[in-house]
Design a protein around this ligand. Structure first.
Ligand code: ADP
Ligand code: MG
Length: 259
């Protein structure tokens, strides 16, 4: 007969921490539900696997550098009727990530682009893909600095590594001429290897202005749009909608005036 402490020590050594921590309650539940031995072992394993998956998602989310935590459950589709819920559910299954496709989330400020980008990033992590989130200005600044320091290759390799690279807020700031070229190098490096998720408040037609160079913009778009999904969100800013409802601002103010 193994005593309790020895059993706990073995569970620790096997890193079965969920089973260890909830041992008594799990066995009680198994008894209450009149499980067979086989069912009880499967039940314990399920709990352990669930805990390990949860830990893995939390750890990978830290590595992904999400600016905040958002998930699809927290997204109010009723507030955003221009968005096709079925399409978002389909994207959440991450087949586009498996294929290395690009996803563009376009729309005015406050409509939930960043929220959806983070939520889809979390889904990709759940599916086992590596993810990195970065804001476009920070990405471009990092590439420019690496270029100046003679370490561009290293930096490009860093951004090429994750299976899904999320680039948020492309277009809020126009690019420096050299930046467009650095961005092009990144897009070519990842092309058909890893997925890009890009959010932008500018329509694809305006990207020439964003990149400040129509030739480079065309080359970038050529690669991005080759295997791509485009989701355009129209409608009101979610933040302003809430404030408007609370009577804090007048309905006549356009999102641009406030953003
Ligand atoms: P964008 O990136 O398009 O400017 P965000 O994703 O940053 O917009 O959204 C602004 C805020 O409103 C965030 O806190 C986000 O979680 C919330 N939000 C936006 N749309 C929705 C929605 N449909 N349901 C729930 N929260 C939303
Ligand atoms: Mg945003």
């Amino acid at each position: 007969m193994v005593d309790h402490d020895a059993l706990m020590a073995m569970l620790t050594r096997l890193q079965l921490t969920a089973i260890r921590d909830q041992f008594d309650s799990l066995l009680d539940e198994a008894a209450r539900r009149e499980m067979t031995l086989r069912e009880a072992v499967a039940f314990l394993c399920q709990r352990e696997v669930a805990r390990k998956d949860e830990r893995r998602v939390e750890m990978a989310s830290k590595i992904a550098h999400f600016p905040t935590m958002r998930d699809l459950d927290g997204f109010d589709f009723a507030a955003q009727p221009s968005l096709d819920k079925g399409q978002v559910r389909e994207l959440a299954a991450c087949r586009w990530v498996a294929h290395g496709d690009a996803l563009l989330l376009l729309g005015p400020p406050g409509v939930g682009k960043t929220h959806l980008a983070i939520a889809l990033g979390r889904e990709a992590i759940r599916e086992g893909y590596s993810v990195l989130f970065t804001a476009a200005p920070a990405l471009v600044a990092a590439l420019a600095k690496a270029h100046a320091d003679g370490r561009l290759e290293e930096r490009l390799a860093f951004y090429a590594k994750p299976k899904l690279l999320i680039i948020d807020e492309l277009g809020y700031l126009p690019f420096e001429p050299n930046a467009a070229h650095l961005f092009f190098q990144l897009v070519s490096r990842r092309y058909e290897r890893g997925s890009l998720l890009i959010t932008s408040n500018r329509s694809v037609g305006e990207w020439g202005t964003v990149f400040g160079d129509p030739v480079v913009a065309t080359a970038i778009l050529d690669r991005l749009l080759h295997h791509s999904h485009v989701v355009t969100i129209r409608g009101d800013s979610y933040r302003l909608r809430k404030k408007r409802r609370a009577g804090l601002i007048k309905a006549t103010l356009s999102p641009e005036q406030v953003a």
